[in-house]
Design a protein around this ligand. Structure first.
Ligand SMILES: [Zn+2]
Length: 288
């Protein structure tokens, strides 16, 4: 499942093609993904100019000049494929102006007036799209109650200390709680806790304030590094087949059960535990 860095990578890959572009044609090939598409979605998109492509949590938001915002969630297996268009000159040389042949799970196809095409392909259909008045976005049911962005200014030490105070849930669950912080998923929470030397099993409310505050820059670093890795993979992907979003990234603990801990001077081995039905990876020797 794509996490925040993957979504941000997709956003950055789409921005040169979609920001400022007018939608010449939108094709919607089925009535729903995880939920039904909004009414007349293709008509509401056609002719609109995309003013800005933003990200909130794991949602990509396209603000349109019609006063509406297109909300996109990639779900488990959603892929964005870019083809054609001026902003994609490298690919044009490769594909000879051709768009790839339509595939089975191409559910939404957006053509810009500049000749670029963005195809949303989602085999498992856990993705979602909706349209919402831009000014009402904060109150949209998918956006409502989402906590601060982990890379934003309001996510800081005092905020996290206050958010954790009195919580009896494991710190892992607290960080996965989208009301506390937006967009963090299983992988990057495991990585951040390892770097911070905090056991995922420890109760959030029982960690000393300075250690909680120290988690903030660690979370930012983990995400920023992954976004940077995604940025470099973006070039490879676009040269390869125009697909955005999934990249190989090496993790220090995630998926490394039984392997030696990478913390300097630590002799521990990575242990896998199951918390709330999901795998946690941590080093019992250096994470307390
Ligand atoms: Zn260790």
């Amino acid at each position: 499942m794509p996490e925040l860095p993957e979504v941000e990578t997709v956003r950055r890959g789409l921005a040169p093609v979609l920001e400022g572009a007018r939608i010449a044609r939108a094709q919607v090939n089925r009535p729903d993904l995880r939920w039904p598409f909004p009414e007349r979605m293709a008509e509401r998109l056609t002719g609109a100019r995309i003013e800005q492509l933003r990200r909130r949590s794991k949602y990509i938001l396209a603000d349109l000049d019609t006063g509406e915002t297109l909300i996109v969630h990639l779900g488990m297996s959603g892929r964005m494929i870019v083809s054609g268009g001026e902003a994609n000159r490298d690919m044009l040389a490769q594909f000879h102006h051709l768009h790839p042949a339509p595939e089975k799970h191409d559910h939404v196809v957006i053509d810009t007036e500049a000749g670029a095409r963005v195809t949303f392909n989602d085999a498992r259909r856990f993705g979602a799209m909706d349209l919402c008045a831009t000014e009402a976005l904060e109150g949209h049911w998918l956006m409502k109650g989402i906590g601060p962005e982990p890379l934003g200014n309001s996510f800081d030490g005092p905020y996290l200390v206050a958010a954790f105070r009195g919580r009896r849930t494991p710190v892992k669950s607290a960080l996965l709680d989208q009301k506390i912080v937006a967009g963090l998923g299983n992988i990057y929470v495991c990585e951040a806790l390892h770097r911070a030397g905090i056991s995922p099993l420890r109760h959030a409310g029982r960690i000393a304030a300075p250690r909680v505050a120290a988690l903030v820059p660690v979370i930012r670093d983990v995400l920023t590094e992954a976004i940077a890795a995604g940025g470099s993979s973006l070039r490879d992907y676009r040269q390869a087949d125009g697909e955005l979003g999934y990249f190989q990234h090496t993790f220090r603990v995630y998926g490394r059960e039984g392997e030696p801990c990478q913390t300097p001077d630590c002799q521990g081995k990575i242990r896998r535990t199951v918390q709330s039905g999901r795998s946690s990876f941590h080093c019992p020797a250096c994470q307390r």
